[in-house]
Design a protein around this ligand. Sequence first.
Ligand code: HEM
Length: 490
Amino acid sequence: MKDDKKRLTTASGRPYHENEDSMSAGPRGPVLIQDSFLFEKLAHFNRERIPERVVHAKGTGAFGKFTVTNDITKYTCASLFSRVGNECRVFIRFSTVGGEKGSADTERDPRGFAVKFYTDEGNWDLVGNNTPVFFIKDAKKFPDFIHTQKRDPHTNLKSPTMMWDFWSLNPESLHQIMILFSDRGTPDGYRHMNGYGSHTFSMYNEKGERVWVKFHFKTQQGNKTLSAAQAEDLRGKDPDYAQRDLVNAIRKGDYPKWTLNIQVMTDEQAKKFRWNPFDVTKVWSHSEYPLIEVGVMELNEIPVNYFADVEQAAFAPSNVVRGIGLSPDKMLQGRLFAYPDAHRYRLGANYEQIPVNRPIVPVHNHERDGYMSVNGNGGDAPNYYPNSYDGIEADPKYKSPGMDLHSDWADFYDRNENDDDHYTQPGQLFRKVMTDRERKATISNFAGSMAGIEGPKRDEIIQRQLGHFYKVDKELATEIAKKLNFNFKP
Ligand code: HEM
């Protein structure tokens, strides 16, 4: 063989003499079972698919770097933010939510915006979306809600009836659907949209003082959206539109960038906030809680192998690092369980050993064995604690400060008079933030989707949903009713 050629081998490394013509009993005879490479190829092929993500199945990933541009050490003791100019490698996965792995990139849907920061104190995952709010505020509703975004169990078709039945019975979804049915529900690729941590998180400093925090990635490419007609056209012409756009930009060296900002709320402010500050269906006004710049994220590398890095990527809101903390947000709390559980099912117990998920710092603990332990499995070190040998000690410096949850607070956050105010913020969005053109598009997009509601409960569902819209904005409800030719009774 010439020097520049590589010898074909089986998976076990044995050079194999042939790659196209199965071994047979004589030139025309049946195939021999001793052609082990044939069976290895067929068997491996049969096992190529792993379960797709139950949500966010269609996605695109890229590596890049994050650079700290502003001193926020008064809020956080995270080592990443210890000095302006600190850099860290990141991996991001963008996605749509409801569609299957092969679905179109321009579907009307939120977009996933999941970032893994490989910091020198472990991985920090900010698993957000391109919207600052979400459809529901309690994790208990998530499986029900997602079922309505998937296929009807009988027809196996997407069903506007299921979606609007659920939304009309859950008016807390109004804020998110106002965004979803504006043209922001069909962003022009992944480079031209913002990303949000959405939930209220927290940060704490060296003194253990905690503030509540929201994260905002602002696109430096400018926000761009598609009209409903453009998005529909692209669904057929180029289902991989957003992936293509990202790959092409990075290949050309036109690296997309986002500025990371935080909003900060103190305990005192949280107590006086008009709504529950831990309700993911609400935003914090930017004039009261201004954006504070934190850093810049640049994406500059498409993974060499899609399956290795993008399909096997595992993000988890529970991956926080010292200086960055959680909050009592019920959705966030539910997500702390859901993601690592999903990864164990989708990728196996040792998913953190897969290179894209592996931290850049050494891992020291006594977890051992399980399928696909590929990092040496702790070698000959003890697999129990305490022990007299390995010197692994828990460092109390990494304990996060407790949250102040005395009964006043618990009651306050549990229920307050504005908890069922699902209408004020969507109304402000519709009247004050949207332009005339955006309002028109939103009304038309709502009507387009609601026109698909069918069956014996059609009128009941439409009437109920229009009733919610009416509380958001009268014109919004009456204009949609007109377009639907529906006799709405406010
Ligand atoms: C993916 C559950 C709410 C953003 C996932 C996955 C699950 C899940 C099971 C698949 C994980 C995998 O197989 O790798 C939940 C539950 C929620 C919830 C139970 C509510 C309690 C949210 C919210 C956001 C969000 C509020 C955004 C603010 C994402 C993103 C992904 C994802 C971006 C894709 C991550 C990736 O690219 O691998 N979610 N989710 N989810 N979720 Fe959620």
